[in-house]
Write a protein that binds this ligand. Structure first.
Ligand code: GAL
Length: 352
């Protein structure tokens, strides 16, 4: 087990950006950058004992500064979309940036993915790094000073745990996630259409054509959104089901059956080629399964790899998109003095 810290690069403001390498006794390794608190790589053993990097990303900081796909980053203050960038809290209307058509996406123009986080190695948790970010009152239009702490832990059973904590001095909204793009055959192996996915959800939130939930919660049964058993991602991805057409593939929030408990499995992805299995556990009520429909060949990643549409999948654990404007959805409000406390685990193993 070890944690190493190295310089990753320098911001245009001359601020240093560091990269931490967490390594466990099985040889699994995860790299975390202090820019965006992003997961840069995860070397995971496959069924033959070779290591595969299952995370899409860039070789250097410059790549991350130019990139606009949120590779591996922590998203905040609010993951996914808020309709028209507007919400009302305690009778006050707040207006956020409309950085996705008329809507607000992933925290705005300069979300947490574009911040340099403070970092330290935690002595009390083996193989961990803690990243902190202070988001001042009014940043990107959100109310309240917000203190955010994200801790990554690489465990001895090949799990990457992400602990999210935050508190505020004024009521606000918060929805933190990680935007890792996974490819269980390796980041440079092409599309993920044959990889299989299970999502432990009987229902999903229906979107309008701008990917804003309409408020309808629909049963997955009898639709291409049914991932209750392991199903190849590509099986229905080109279906003419309206939700798939709206999303250009999968880009939706599933209503987890797990009751906000990280004891129950929220999702599982399996790649028969490498034999790598990834299990997801989380305390959040929803998960965004995004089939990387917007990767466009213009995204050049590690080792000059061209990333095309559907070369990865994201499983972003979250409160439901636009939940602040939909009273049927679990509330993403964080009250002054309360603690936001969530956990997501991506656990790797191989097919037995
Ligand atoms: C996803 C979102 C997509 C797209 C992507 C980033 O979380 O659901 O619609 O915005 O992030 O390119």
């Amino acid at each position: 087990m070890s944690v190493e810290k190295k310089l990753f690069g320098m911001m245009p403001t001359c601020e240093n950006v560091y990269i931490y390498t967490l390594k466990n006794s099985n040889g699994m390794e995860v790299e975390i950058s202090t820019y965006g608190a992003a997961v840069v790589s995860a070397l995971v053993p496959d069924k033959t004992g070779e290591f595969q990097d299952v995370i899409l990303g860039y070789d250097d900081l410059e790549g991350y500064l130019k990139g606009d796909k949120y590779f591996g980053a922590i998203i905040g203050r609010f993951a996914n979309r808020i309709q028209y960038g507007k919400f009302t809290l305690n009778g006050v209307e707040y207006n956020l940036a409309q950085n996705n058509g008329q809507n607000h996406l992933h925290g705005g123009i300069k979300g947490f993915d574009k911040a340099v986080w403070d970092s330290k190695i935690r002595k009390d948790i083996d193989n961990s790094v803690e990243l902190c970010y202070f988001s001042p009152d009014g940043e990107e239009g959100y109310p309240g000073n917000l203190y955010v702490k994200v801790t990554y832990v690489l465990t001895e059973d090949n799990a990457l745990e992400i602990h999210y904590k935050a508190n505020t001095d004024k009521d606000t909204i918060i929805n933190l996630t990680n935007h890792a793009y996974f490819n269980l055959s390796g980041h440079s192996s092409g599309d993920i259409l044959k990889q299989k996915l299970m999502i432990n959800a009987d229902k999903f939130t229906v979107n309008d054509k701008n990917s804003i939930p309409t408020g309808e919660i629909r049963e997955v049964e009898g639709t291409p959104m049914d991932f209750r058993t392991l199903t190849p991602i590509g099986q229905n991805i080109n279906s003419d089901y309206e939700q798939i057409v709206f999303g250009n593939g999968y880009d939706h929030n599933w209503v987890l059956n797990t009751n906000n408990s990280a004891q129950l499995k929220a999702a599982q992805a399996v790649d028969e080629n490498t034999g790598i299995v990834m299990d997801v556990y989380t305390t959040t009520p929803g998960i965004q399964f995004y089939s990387a429909n917007f990767l466009a060949g213009s995204d050049i990643g590690k080792n000059n790899t061209v990333y095309n549409s559907r070369d990865a999948f994201c499983l972003e654990t979250q409160y439901f998109p636009n939940s602040i404007n939909c009273s049927k959805f679990e509330s993403p409000i964080l009250r002054a003095g309360e603690e936001y406390n969530h956990k997501t685990i991506y656990k790797f193993s191989t097919i037995v």
